[in-house]
Design a protein around this ligand. Structure first.
Ligand SMILES: [Zn+2]
Length: 68
């Protein structure tokens, strides 16, 4: 069993949450609204755990490019 842990936002340090809006699932910062990749979620009705895991992984490995 893998734990679904979301790191804090790499940009502002805010809390992230998983969002769904069919047909996509993604992770978004509650504070600055930074987003992970939007993963097509074909099982959105059940909140497909695989799409969810992909969104979480993308969020957790995302690198932020600084806007200068
Ligand atoms: Zn943020």
């Amino acid at each position: 069993m893998s734990k679904e842990e979301l790191r804090h936002c790499p940009k502002c340090g805010g809390t992230a949450k998983i969002r769904y809006q069919m047909p996509f699932t993604w992770v978004e910062c509650k504070k600055c609204h930074l987003r992970s990749l939007q993963i097509p979620d074909y099982g959105y009705e059940q909140r497909d755990p695989e799409s969810r895991a992909m969104a979480i992984e993308d969020w957790n490995t995302m690198e932020v490019t600084e806007n200068v």
